[in-house]
Design a protein around this ligand. Structure first.
Ligand code: AQP
Length: 358
């Protein structure tokens, strides 16, 4: 692994390379189709055009009850999947959040700038806490979006060097509100302590921003909330994967047409098909006119299998070489730490903390 990205990222009109930062939780034994289409596919393509930082956010994963050995295993499986999907540790900085302690430090500073009511308005917190119940809801779950803001702003292009540089965040639609909070906190910090953070921009893919549950097409496909029949895992065996798609909820009709209100199930499948194949929904509707749901689902299942089988095989191979994964992570943590440490030096100074050497 070389120290600098081996493929130069494309510069913008001002000659600066835009930066990209995103994270994913290691909260399941596999990522799912929603993660892939809503976020991860963009991570891979953006490594060629951006100065890319991608992290597995294990600090976020402990906001709900967890088992230490499971978390450790899932973190490794997450990294292996990211590499198997095409992330190249020479072109993108791939790292684990807890290996860069500045994430937690900046989160504390930002939490002291966040209103209690402001944090309480986050809809993801409301959804997740209502499922956990009062007893199971932690303060960490409440402050989750503030840690996410820290994840992003730590990689804000440097003051001085950073002028004109963008900070992009590829995420699904569900993260839009958290991104807005991040922008608000960046603005608040800049206003109180001087220009420090670039305001990040959400990069939400049109069409695939919200993939829904195969059994409950009005709900988001989710690692923690979907039933096994409602979710397509990237690492799923071909047989069950095909069956789930064939059994996906549709309506009583037979026409393959896009209608969010009346045909939420078929609409979700059309979105998936369109995103995976790169064909417009209108073209798919024409292709399947009069064909019925059976043929449509069969072809979609094949498309999903063709996409995920090579990723699954590469992931399993990567997991056989733990030493290599550890080397990738050490390399990624080193590169991420350089940027994070520089940002925190500025933040500590601006906030008024006394430096060690002074
Ligand atoms: N259904 C989805 N459609 C499109 N994008 C999605 N993402 C998640 N679900 C969908 C995007 O995947 C990225 C990583 O998500 P995360 O692991 O940080 O947690 P999440 O957003 O809360 O996703 P899950 O699967 O529902 O995880 P759990 O159950 O652990 O909370 C994000 O960019 C997200 O937008």
């Amino acid at each position: 692994m070389s120290e600098a990205p081996s493929t130069p990222a494309a510069a913008d009109a001002a000659g600066a390379v835009p930066r990209v930062l995103s994270g994913i939780q290691p909260t399941a034994d596999s990522f799912h189709l929603g993660n892939y289409l809503g976020a991860l596919r963009q991570w891979v393509s953006m490594q060629d055009t951006h100065d890319a930082y991608y992290c597995v956010v294990d600090l976020h994963a402990i906001t709900i009850e967890h088992d230490p050995a499971t978390l450790r295993r899932r973190t490794k499986v997450a990294v292996a999947q990211l590499l198997a999907m095409g992330l190249d540790p020479d072109r993108a900085t791939v790292f684990v959040q807890s290996q860069v302690p500045e994430h937690a430090e900046l989160a504390w500073v930002l939490s002291c700038l966040t209103g209690f009511g402001e944090a309480g308005r986050m809809t993801q917190f409301k959804d997740k806490s209502s499922k956990q119940g009062t007893g199971g809801t932690t303060v960490g779950l409440f402050t989750y979006p503030i840690l996410q803001a820290a994840d992003i702003l730590l990689y804000s292009p440097e003051p001085g060097e950073g002028e004109g540089r963008a900070l992009r965040v590829p995420v699904g639609e569900d993260q839009r509100q958290h991104l807005e909070l991040t922008r608000t906190l960046a603005q608040r910090f800049n206003h109180r302590f001087g220009e420090t953070f670039v305001l990040p921009e959400a990069h939400i893919p049109p069409g695939a921003a919200k993939i829904t549950d195969l059994q409950e097409p009005d709900a988001k496909m989710s690692k923690s909330a979907s039933s096994p029949q409602g979710i397509i895992d990237v690492l799923e065996e071909p047989g069950p994967m095909r069956k789930k798609i064939m059994r996906a909820v549709t309506d009583t009709g037979s026409e393959v047409v896009y209608d969010e209100e009346k045909k939420a199930g078929v609409t979700n499948l059309l979105r998936i098909y369109s995103a995976l194949e790169g064909t417009s929904v209108a073209d798919l509707e024409r292709r399947y006119e009069g064909a019925g749901y059976g043929q449509f689902k069969k072809d979609l299942a094949q498309l999903v299998l063709d996409t995920f089988t090579p990723i699954r095989e590469r992931t399993l191979k990567l997991l056989d070489d733990e030493a290599r994964l550890d080397r990738v992570l050490a390399h990624g943590a080193g590169r991420a730490s350089e940027v994070a440490a520089r940002t925190m030096d500025v933040v500590r100074d601006r906030v008024g903390f006394v430096g060690r050497g002074s």
